[in-house]
Design a protein around this ligand. Structure first.
Ligand code: TEU
Ligand code: CA
Length: 632
């Protein structure tokens, strides 16, 4: 069927036409979020008729032409929204049913008393994970690395970092995971390599080397900035060249335009899949296609986003081509699973990247739910769970009908979600269980981050020397003159990625049973969370609640493939929904606030199956109370 190409987006386009463009839809939605404006504002038919040219005239003093040209250029890359159907998405498959569990190996368990987590430690805890109800382990990078970004700066894709162990230990771990009926996905970091990777070393040394074109080495830089502060360019005096790094100065961006590079990447992926690895989580995979000639980023966008140049690579011109190529030539021959980590990608772009008939990725991580609108990770504020409700209803209705949503609250790049809601630890256990019910009864694939099952919260870092994350250390240097030590420490305690990298709390011994030696990361004020050993003995612990919920989910396909009906959509502080199929129906009712709420179900219920309180009031929901019922 020939696609009727839509007219190019430009000044003549109306807001309605902009929003029917997949990229336009997502960007406008994100802008409204940042401006804390309701999307119904642009759904108004009168507003929809306004032409961009008029808006351009009104804003001409505030917004330069470059912004609109960049905006039109981006939108005109993608004319048509995803055409997949609900029926295509109904297919049953293991990664829609599985419970994933992310391990940050450095902080999981230390088996050789050097204060650093390792593969031996993961092996020791497989039975723990199996007993919890985990089906798939996502292992953050364990490849050889100088650890400038804790392993996300790979020096050798075919070797294990010596601090973590050996390839033999990896092979033994993979066998043990499969023997226990679990799967393993690895972290694929191919937007960049370490500057210590042989490819980069040869690229610098020999101008004739084929590896020189594996990277962005040029005689001039542009205005792009790094996610870890400062310019996105290193200058190499000897070669008189600039090298591109979107992340740390030791993480050099790969030039995916180069066919030989892509062949090397595919060969590496196949090598790991041939060992039996079941798939990959793909690190910032939407950044791999940069706009030709790396043009300067628009200044307005740069100041809005806080990073210059992002619109030139977050959804680049050949992204789909590259993803289709690696899927066809590396993933499909092994039926391997793929989940893309894709900062900045919204619903419509997400469908074009993960829809079944696109044959690119299986799923992706969106991050728009991790902060309230208008907030960023380093803002010290109380997260309003009503926004999580809006987010989940929106994605359920506008994404989950044709694609599989990933459901997560935490990872190694974010502070602990519970601590975002409140720092009052008297509510932490209640919130942990409330969040767990939502995560395991909503439609989508749950990703647990290590410690979630304990109700893990933030640490308190007293001094900059407590921090380890390069992003935080760079940010401290960038801000401390202007803001002073105290204020910067407050900002870092609110948003540092080190908050997600605290060691697992296995028992009440020194260093939480993680190691017998002081761990590589150890703040004086550890999270106020009971250990695994304690929680396993306590029927009311978060751990036991997780176990019961995971078994409940596994025993009831309704929670995996059933339909979702939301109630009280506009009722503040109440999140009520039902999951149903022909065989059964479950009703979930949540109080999203610290205040008591009137309790009245929106649907007839039968038996109470779960609650995070031991005693319940007939007509009231206590603070952060959640109940799960089966229905008539
Ligand atoms: O993260 C990329 C990413 O989007 C976030 O890390 C975010 O950009 C960053 O926190 C700055 O705001 C992936 C990995 O998860 C992260 O650990 C790595 O540092 C990064 O890519 C580079 O590999
Ligand atoms: Ca160790």
């Amino acid at each position: 069927m020939t696609k009727i190409s839509k007219p190019q987006i430009g000044n003549h386009s109306t807001i309605k036409e902009i929003c029917s463009n997949p990229i336009g839809h997502d960007i406008v939605k994100k802008l409204l979020l940042q401006l804390k404006m309701q999307s119904k504002w642009i759904e108004n038919p009168i507003v929809g008729l306004i032409r961009i040219g008029l808006i351009r005239k009104i804003l001409r003093r505030k917004v330069d032409d470059g912004f609109f040209e960049a905006f039109f250029h981006l939108l005109n890359q993608e004319q048509n929204p995803y055409t997949g159907t609900r029926a295509e998405n109904r297919e049953k498959t293991w990664w829609k049913e599985a419970i994933f569990y992310q391990i940050y190996p450095r902080s999981f368990c230390d088996s050789n008393k050097d204060g650093i987590g390792d593969l031996g430690g993961v092996l020791e805890k497989l039975d723990y994970l199996k007993e919890l109800g985990v089906d798939v382990i996502w292992l953050s990078p364990v490849y050889d690395s100088p650890n400038d970004d804790n392993g996300y700066d790979i020096r050798d894709y075919f070797n294990i970092l010596s601090e973590f162990g050996t390839m033999e230990q990896f092979d033994c771990l993979l066998r043990a995971i499969h023997d226990k009926g679990m799967r393993l996905i690895m972290d694929l970091v191919v937007n960049h390599t370490s500057d210590e990777h042989p490819w980069f070393q040869m690229a610098l040394k020999d101008p004739q080397s084929k590896y020189r074109d594996y990277y962005f080495l040029r005689t001039e830089q542009n205005n792009w900035t790094s996610f870890f502060s400062g310019s996105a360019w290193n200058y190499y005096e000897e070669q008189k060249l600039y090298g591109l790094h979107l992340f740390s100065k030791k993480q050099m961006d790969l030039n995916w335009e180069n066919k030989e590079l892509r062949e090397d990447i595919k060969q590496m992926i196949r090598w790991w899949l041939a060992k039996g690895v079941d798939g990959f989580r793909m690190d910032v995979i939407n950044y791999i296609s940069k706009e030709e000639n790396l043009p300067d980023g628009d200044k307005t966008i740069g100041s809005l986003m806080g990073y210059y140049g992002i619109e030139k690579y977050f959804y680049g011109p050949k992204l789909h081509m590259y993803l289709q190529e690696i899927r066809k030539e590396a993933f499909e021959p092994f039926q391997a699973f793929s989940v893309g980590e894709m900062p900045g990608i919204g619903q419509e772009m997400g469908k074009l990247l993960t829809g079944k008939n696109r044959r690119e990725l299986d799923m992706f991580f969106s991050f728009d739910h991790l902060e309230n609108p208008g907030k960023v990770r380093f803002d010290d504020y109380s997260y309003d769970l009503n926004y999580l409700k809006e987010y989940l209803m929106d994605w359920n209705q506008n994404y989950s009908s044709v694609c599989q949503l990933s459901l997560f609250y935490n990872n190694h790049d974010n502070p602990r979600f519970i601590s975002k809601v409140t720092d009052d630890c008297s509510y932490h256990k209640l919130i942990a269980k409330l969040l767990a019910v939502i995560q395991f009864t909503q439609k989508g694939t749950p990703f647990i981050f290590q410690g979630d099952e304990l109700g893990m919260t933030n640490s308190k870092f007293q001094h900059i020397s407590d921090f380890r994350d390069i992003e935080s250390l760079n940010l401290y240097r960038e801000l401390v003159q202007e803001k002073g030590e105290g204020e910067v420490l407050r900002i870092l305690n609110a948003g540092s990625r080190d908050q997600g990298r605290g060691v697992m709390i296995w028992n009440e011994h020194k260093y939480a049973g993680f190691s017998e030696k002081q761990p590589w990361i150890w703040s004086q004020e550890q999270p106020v969370v009971a250990s695994v050993e304690e929680q396993k003995k306590d029927q009311n612990s978060v751990f036991v609640f997780y176990q019961d919920l995971l078994h409940f989910r596994k025993d009831n396909d309704t929670l995996i493939y059933g339909d979702t009906y939301f109630y009280g959509k506009h009722k503040k502080n109440i999140f009520a929904y039902r999951r149903a199929d022909q065989s059964q129906s479950f009703y979930i009712h949540c109080n999203l606030s610290k205040q008591e709420q009137i309790f009245k179900t929106y649907y007839p219920v039968k038996t109470l199956l779960f609650s995070n309180y031991e005693t319940l009031k007939a007509d009231r929901m206590k603070p952060y109370e959640v109940r799960v019922y089966d229905c008539e």
